[in-house]
Design a protein around this ligand. Structure first.
Ligand code: ADP
Ligand code: MG
Length: 331
């Protein structure tokens, strides 16, 4: 019901960037090859995510907006690593706090359809003009809960958080094209673009990391590939000589899902402890993959924390995997 959706919304949608994260993850889950993200006024007045994924059939649009309705879980495998979302909470939560329109054309459907929900009130499904894929538009975030607006930072800070979220998701999906556009003014401004990478594996990551983190990082980064007790660590880590004054270039992914976790960041620091002083930070893009049963990436809907069954093993893997690679590169 509406009240439950508003409460859930407080958890899922802390700020515009968390809404963008949910919408882009949905586009990735839908098998999109290209995703365009637009916003205005730091996301407060407008956020829009367009994808060329498999779409939503017209007769499932209402269901997509119902709480705990998800097409991504079959009961047997709650922590399906293939998809980002499985809680079925994002869309109903967004529809509870603003004006949400979903326009979609499912693969093979004769025409597109759209549905709008305004602060929890759903309008009937109607025909729409769209060639393929899905366009989700969220206007007037927190219109239903103006108190939450006060917790937002400046438009500039919120726009920056959106940019970081999109860049991070782009690192996890090199084969997908991303474009981020600021529509605050009459003339749209492209804030970030990453064209789809054709390569595979480490080379794909190198090319995408070049687009996201810059050439300097990639040219100073070594490949990481280590394993311990069924958990695999791969990615790129910068040589200590490329350390940074701020910890902005530290990206962790668990089963392809971006996470921001103190223990993982702590292990990264520990691996570089012999090389770096307190005010120098390592840079790295690291992917942990393991049996979905060995990790819970959904401790909290919006906070990207993870809980491993055996945190000691993960820390040991990161510290020794990185030290071994750095030693191999002469450090
Ligand atoms: P979840 O992602 O946890 O399943 P959401 O509330 O984010 O829940 O989305 C609800 C459902 O709507 C999804 O399970 C999916 O079937 C559908 N959906 C949402 N966004 C898209 C999209 N961009 N393309 C195709 N289907 C989508
Ligand atoms: Mg989702």
């Amino acid at each position: 019901d509406a009240a439950a959706n508003r409460i859930a919304a407080g958890e899922v949608v802390e700020r515009p960037a968390s809404a963008i994260k949910e919408l882009v993850e949905n586009a990735l889950d839908a098998g999109a090859g290209r995703i365009e993200i637009a916003y205005a006024d730091g996301g407060r007045t407008l956020m829009q995510v367009s994808d060329d994924g498999h779409g939503i059939p017209a007769d499932e649009l209402e269901l997509a907006l119902s709480r705990h309705a998800t097409s991504k879980i079959d009961g047997s495998d709650l922590l399906d690593i293939r998809s980002f979302g499985f809680r079925g909470e994002a869309l109903p939560s967004l529809g509870a706090v603003g004006r949400l329109t979903i326009a979609s054309r499912a693969a093979g459907a004769a025409e597109a359809a759209e549905i709008t929900v305004t602060c929890g009130r759903m309008d009937p499904v109607r025909p729409a003009a769209l060639r393929a894929g899905t366009v989700v538009t969220l206007r007037d975030l927190f219109r239903a809960t103006p108190a939450r607006l006060k917790f937002l930072r400046t438009d500039r800070a919120e726009a920056q958080a959106i940019g970081e979220t999109v860049r991070r998701l782009a690192l996890a999906a090199p084969g997908v094209g991303f474009a981020l556009i600021d529509r605050s003014d009459d003339a749209p401004r492209e804030m970030f673009r990453a064209d789809p990478v054709q390569a595979e594996g480490e080379e794909a990551l190198r090319q995408r990391a070049r687009q996201v983190m810059g050439r300097d990082f990639v040219e100073n980064a070594i490949a990481i590939d280590a394993e311990r007790e069924g958990i695999r660590l791969t990615g790129l880590a910068a040589l200590p000589t490329y350390s940074r004054g701020a910890a902005v270039a530290q990206h962790f992914f668990v089963n392809a899902r971006p996470v921001r976790d103190k223990q993982l960041l702590g292990a990264l620091r520990a691996a570089y402890a012999d090389f770096l002083s307190r005010d120098r930070h390592p840079a790295a893009v690291l992917f942990l993959s393991c049996d979905p049963q060995a990790v819970d990436v959904n401790v909290h809907p919006a906070k990207a924390e993870v809980r491993f069954r055996d945190p000691g093993v993960v820390r040991g893997l990161i510290v020794s995997g990185l030290r071994h690679a750095l030693a191999g590169a002469g450090h």
